[in-house]
Design a protein around this ligand. Sequence first.
Ligand SMILES: [Cu+2]
Length: 268
Amino acid sequence: MKRLMPVVLCLAVFSSFLLASRAAAHFGLILPSDDIVTPEDPKTVTVQAKFLHPMEGHYMDMEKPKRFGFLHKGQKTDLTASLQARKGRAPDQDRDFTFWETTTPIRKPGDYLFFLEPAPYWEPAEDKYIVHYTKVCVQALGLEEGWDAQVGLETEIVPLTRPYGLWTGNVFTGQVLLKGKPVPYAEVEVEYLNESPDNPSMVKAPSDPYVTQVVKADRNGVFTYAMPRAGWWGFAALHEASWKLKKDGVSKAAEIGAVFWVHTLDMK
Ligand SMILES: [Cu+2]
């Protein structure tokens, strides 16, 4: 979510819904059960697709994704048809939300770059659609190749840091691409997945600016962020699409996001 302009914020004071949404950034998420599959333990991984406010643990309902799959050694495998709808319950929500899940055997060495093109999500608070093109990398069987590949999504983050085997405190550096070209000075929002499976306790933000971190890319669209806690970290670069979508016959803008997720572990 693009943070609202100050003038909008003034109006938002009258609307607790808008006010609440100010701090919350939307993120597409691909969450694999394992991010590194070792040669000693080849397995089938479970992969979930969700749409949420990661730091706050607030989930939106997700419609069936348009496209979901992985890129491995230059070859795409489509898993869209295998996606199953699942229900989840966030701690602060009094209703279930829908997400999508599939499993895939990891049998061949090399990086599995999972990608997601969700169905457009209508956000009434922002009067626009949101489409987050999301990626995550699963390292397989010892061959560290493929993580820096472009999937060819309308917008995507291409990692310059190898996106696995990261310690807490490491930096993550990536390049923001829009239609295959770097985006100078792109703004990148960063959030911690507070419901990371290995997070011992939910982190409470002392004030709104702590919820979503913001970094800007350089003139080549390259950004860097150091991750201060073990778990999953999401990076999102948002732009307005060059196309529109209809809502009840009216043409509406779409926010397209390039999202990448990485996992960190504490050194012990
Ligand atoms: Cu939301």
